[in-house]
Design a binder for this molecule. Structure first.
Ligand SMILES: CC(C)(COP(=O)(O)OP(=O)(O)OC[C@H]1O[C@@H](n2cnc3c(N)ncnc32)[C@H](O)[C@@H]1OP(=O)(O)O)[C@@H](O)C(=O)NCCC(=O)NCCS
Length: 147
């Protein structure tokens, strides 16, 4: 049910969930087209229900030499609470660990989603901050040994 997809295939879902009413170009994220970036899609037959993207990006607040940033985690409203988000997160962790067991995964979490990530062992660090035109976020991460 989970497949690796192209950056382009994520844009409509990102737009519906994360940037409703905003132009599609606001759904193109930095790093989307890099060779080591991983885009995952959760499908029911041909219907794309959720997406998540993993970009190789270091955040200077962490020492780990091998880091990835999770971006664009989005499940369409009608398919929520069916473990699609969980599956996209766990599959991403699995792929990244295979690349490098020492990987640290971090991201800017929407405040409304913090408790979702906490269920999977992610911790917040630092203060919350506003991403203009989007909403309040806070950095979350999981140590390599916990991944
Ligand atoms: C957050 C999101 C990805 C979760 O996806 P989902 O498929 O609905 O979540 P799951 O069904 O996998 O949920 C797994 C568990 O997390 C819980 N959960 C889901 N969303 C939650 C939330 N926003 N806050 C707290 N808990 C949440 C579920 O109740 C479930 O708990 P359980 O194990 O006790 O039954 C999805 O709601 C979404 O796309 N939201 C809008 C966009 C967004 O906020 N994205 C994150 C950007 S950082």
């Amino acid at each position: 049910m989970i497949q690796q997809i192209s950056a382009e295939e994520t844009y409509r879902t990102r737009q519906q969930v994360l940037r409703p009413g905003r132009p599609l170009r606001e759904c193109f994220f930095e790093g989307d087209l890099e060779a080591e970036t991983i885009h995952l899609g959760y499908f029911d037959e041909d219907n794309l229900m959720g997406v998540a993207t993993y970009v190789p990006r270091k955040n200077g607040i962490f020492d780990a030499p091998f880091q990835y940033q999770l971006r664009g985690m989005a499940v369409l409203p009608e398919f929520r609470k069916k473990r699609i988000g969980e599956n996209l997160l766990l599959e991403g962790e699995k792929i990244l660990k295979q690349k490098n067991p020492g990987v640290l995964l971090w991201f800017n979490a929407r405040e409304v989603a913090v408790d979702f990530y906490k269920k999977y062992g992610y911790k917040t660090i630092g203060s919350s901050f506003m991403i203009p035109n989007v909403c309040v976020h806070i950095v979350m991460y999981k140590n390599p040994t916990d991944l």
